[in-house]
Design a protein around this ligand. Structure first.
Ligand SMILES: Nc1nc2c(ncn2[C@@H]2O[C@H](COP(=O)(O)OP(=O)(O)OP(=O)(O)O)[C@@H](O)[C@H]2O)c(=O)[nH]1
Length: 298
C-alpha cells in the first residue's frame, strides 16, 4: 500500500454540517528559543473550521509548521509567520488561527547583599492570533513577590508602643536601656503578617516590536512591586529582605495600582489586565485586586 491509497477521512464530507470555532491540538511538546535560552514548552495550535461540510482540519500541517520554533528565536514576526502558514495550509477552510506557547522562563537573580545568585522560575504563556490579516500577541506572565500588610504593621507598632509603656511606666531611661529593650522579645512583641503573593500579567503586545520583551517586562514589574521573592539567601540577605519589606508595606490594591501604572508606561504594551493575589496568612482566603487598561471588562 502506498500513500495514494491511504484513506483520507479529513477530506470526506461531514455528516453533520456545522462550522467550528476552533479545532487543533493542545499540549504539543516543543523546544523554543527565548532570550538565548532553549526552553521546554508546550504548544496549543489550531484554526477555525469555517466550512461546516468539511469533516476535519489537517492537523499534521499545523504540527509541521511548528518545526521552525526549535531553531528560530521566538518573536512576534516568527509567530505571525507560523500562523500565516496555518491559514495558508487551510485555504478555504479557515479564517482564524491561534498558537499558544506555555513555558517557564528561568532567570538568574542575585542575592540582595551576599555575592550569591539563584534561579527563579516565571511561568509564561505567549498567545498569538491571526484573524484574516489581523494579528495579536498576548503575553501572560506570573510573578511571585512578597507583600506585608500596612494595617497589620500599624497595629503591631501600636502594641510595641503599649509594651514600652507597660515595661517602663514612670521610669527615666538611659539610651543603653532602651537599646537593650529594642533588642529583646518585648521590643517586637507583635509582627505584621506578610505573604507570598502572585501577580498575573496579561499584556497585549505591540506587534511591531522585534523581540519578545519578557525580561524587561518582568524587571519593570518587579521594580514596581519592590519586594521580589529571593533565591539564594544568607542571613545578611534575609535581613535586607526584612528591611525592604518593612519599607514596602502594601495592600493588594497598592500592588495592582503600582503594576498597572508601571506597565502602562511600557512602549511595547498596548493593553493590559493585571491581577494580583495575596495569599493572606491572616485569612484562609486570598486578597485579590485587578486593573484593566484599554480592555473591556469581561
Ligand atoms: N482532523 C482530525 N485529524 C485527526 C484527529 N485525530 C487524529 N487525527 C489524525 O491526524 C492525522 C493528520 O491529518 P492530516 O493533516 O489531514 O494528514 P494527511 O491527510 O496525511 O496530510 P495532508 O495530505 O497534508 O492533508 C490524520 O492521520 C488524522 O487521522 C481529529 O480529531 N481530527
Amino acid at each position: 500500500m502506498n500513500a495514494l491509497t491511504l484513506p483520507d477521512v479529513a477530506a470526506q464530507a461531514s455528516r453533520q454540517a456545522l462550522p467550528l470555532d476552533w479545532v487543533g491540538m493542545c499540549g504539543i511538546a516543543t523546544p523554543v528559543l527565548i532570550d538565548g535560552q532553549r526552553l521546554s514548552a508546550t504548544a496549543d495550535a489550531g484554526v477555525s473550521l469555517d466550512d461546516g461540510d468539511a469533516r476535519g482540519i489537517h492537523m499534521s500541517r499545523l504540527y509541521l509548521a511548528l518545526e521552525i520554533l526549535e531553531e528560530t528565536p521566538l518573536s512576534p514576526a516568527l509567530l505571525h509567520r507560523v500562523l500565516r502558514q496555518f491559514l495558508d495550509s487551510h485555504e478555504g477552510l479557515s479564517h482564524f488561527a491561534s498558537l499558544s506557547i506555555h513555558t517557564d522562563l528561568l532567570l538568574k537573580r542575585p542575592a540582595l547583599i551576599s555575592p550569591l545568585a539563584g534561579w527563579k522560575r516565571y511561568p509564561v504563556s505567549i498567545e498569538a492570533h491571526l484573524k484574516y490579516a489581523v494579528f495579536h500577541v498576548e503575553l501572560k506572565i506570573q510573578i511571585p513577590y512578597s507583600s506585608t500588610c500596612p494595617c497589620s504593621a500599624a497595629l503591631a507598632r501600636q502594641l510595641i508602643q503599649q509594651q514600652f509603656v507597660d515595661d517602663f511606666a514612670n521610669q527615666s531611661l538611659e539610651h543603653a536601656e532602651i537599646l537593650a529593650w529594642l533588642g529583646s522579645a518585648n521590643g517586637i512583641v507583635a509582627t505584621p503578617h506578610s505573604q507570598r503573593s502572585m501577580a498575573a500579567l496579561n499584556l497585549r503586545l505591540d506587534t511591531h516590536v522585534d523581540e519578545l520583551p519578557l525580561l524587561s517586562l518582568i524587571n519593570e514589574a518587579e521594580a514596581a512591586l519592590g519586594t521580589a521573592v529571593q533565591t539564594a539567601v544568607k542571613r545578611a540577605d534575609e535581613q535586607a529582605f526584612a528591611l525592604a519589606n518593612g519599607q514596602n508595606l502594601m495592600f493588594c490594591e497598592d500592588a495592582a495600582r503600582r503594576l498597572s501604572t508601571a506597565l502602562r508606561r511600557s512602549s511595547s504594551i498596548t493593553a493590559l489586565d493585571v491581577r494580583v493575589v495575596h495569599a493572606e496568612s491572616l485569612h484562609a482566603h486570598d486578597a485579590v485586586a485587578q486593573s484593566r487598561w484599554q480592555r473591556e471588562a469581561s
